[in-house]
Design a protein around this ligand. Structure first.
Ligand code: C2E
Length: 351
């Protein structure tokens, strides 16, 4: 459907679709930023698609369309298209380089065969040579052919060097594209797609070697109230603040990710339950230890707190089940007053 929208954008409907997108954004009080515009174009181009349904749900629920939300939606629904385009471009460059190398090699091959024939001819002529002038002519032929093959080889070397450099540049670019597609743009943490993949891998590894694995989910307390009171820009800064604490405290092999709007997650491979609990208590305390200020007005925003739930993987447990138990523990933290850490096992013990 993205392709259909892109085709429309170069067709007779282009201006009408663009105008409708701006009008629809204005009607929904959404700023016409480039990213929002791209989201709205996709949405209007395919209102029944996943992005369209999500935007309509948000509008119906009166949920604010913040920069953070736009970035989450873009990460979820737009990058695949962008990625495909980048990969197509990379494929085109690679094709070009490969055919240029193939052509150079085939030319070199032909030149080598011609040189071989010149040598063979010279050998025959040498046997039949009669006197110095004929010998001089044969040697002149040979040295001319040798100079030519040398030049051809130098050209081939240069071509190969250029192509090697171009392919190295391409592979660096693709690595950057891969990293971007796995990163949440607002917080620079792993995004949900990357997190889902890493959790699945961690579960597979734990299954294979019987190692330990824990999963924590964190949610910022009263984030909506915070957004409504101080505005979305400040809300975005709070997300970045929490992310900055997580990235300092959850260094590899731990994996910290932004899981959803104001929800974060951390994977703890190979750590015991008390170690995980200690780390999470530290994170919770660290986040709540600072009184934030609103940058534009210097208003005191007070402290931000988080509720945390975590679960230690049971033998044979799937990623989905582990996530479900960590989520249940998070909701237990919320229910029992917020700003606390709950382990899923404690819920089971209490039941
Ligand atoms: P940022 O605004 O891009 O700031 C990045 C880093 O620069 C901060 O990392 C901090 O080390 C430093 N920094 C920026 N502004 C100040 C400042 O006015 N005073 C001091 N002492 N240092 C400053 P940090 O602390 O890990 O924060 C990460 C992000 O969290 C910030 O990114 C910002 O988006 C948010 N944040 C943190 N504290 C506050 C705050 O008090 N108010 C607001 N609105 N946002 C905050």
């Amino acid at each position: 459907m993205k392709e259909a929208v892109e085709t429309t954008l170069r067709g007779p409907e282009a201006y009408s679709l663009a105008r409708r997108a701006v009008e629809a954004m204005e009607a929904a009080s959404v700023w016409p930023t480039p990213l929002n515009f791209e989201l709205w174009l996709q949405y209007l181009g395919d209102p029944d698609g996943a992005l369209g349904r999500e935007i309509e749900r948000m509008l119906a629920a009166g949920e604010p369309f913040t920069e953070a939300v736009a970035e989450m939606l873009a990460a979820e629904y737009l990058p695949r298209g962008r990625l495909t385009e980048e990969i197509r471009d990379a494929g085109r460059v690679l094709d070009r380089e490969l055919s240029s190398v193939t052509e150079a090699i085939s030319k070199a091959h032909k030149a080598q065969s011609a040189y071989g024939r010149t040598l063979e001819g010279a050998a025959g002529s040498l046997e039949a040579a009669d006197g110095a002038p004929q010998l001089r002519a044969i040697v002149a032929d040979l040295s001319g052919a040798t100079r030519k093959i040398k030049r051809d080889n130098e050209t081939l070397e240069k071509k190969l060097e250029l192509s090697t450099r171009e392919i190295a540049r391409l592979s660096e670019h693709l690595e950057q594209v891969r990293r971007d597609s796995m990163t949440d743009a607002l917080t620079n943490l792993a995004n949900r797609k990357a997190f889902d993949e890493q959790l699945e891998n961690a579960c597979q590894a734990a299954l294979a070697d019987g190692g330990r694995l824990s999963l924590a989910v964190l949610d910022i307390d009263h984030f909506k109230r915070f957004n409504d009171t101080w505005g979305h820009q400040t809300g975005d800064q709070v997300l970045r603040y929490v992310a900055s604490v997580l990235s300092k405290s959850a260094k590899p092999p731990r994996v910290a990710a932004r899981y959803g709007g104001e929800e974060f997650a951390i994977i703890f491979p190979s750590e015991s339950l008390p170690e995980v609990e200690g780390a999470l208590e530290g994170i919770r305390r660290e986040i709540g230890s600072r009184s934030l200020r609103r940058r534009s007005t210097n208003d005191d925003l007070g402290a931000v707190t988080v509720s945390i739930g975590f679960a230690h993987r049971r033998s044979g447990e799937t990623a989905v089940s582990l996530l479900g138990r960590a989520d249940a523990a998070l909701y237990a933290s919320k229910r029992s007053g917020r700003n606390r850490v709950t382990c899923a096992d404690w819920l089971d013990d209490a039941a």
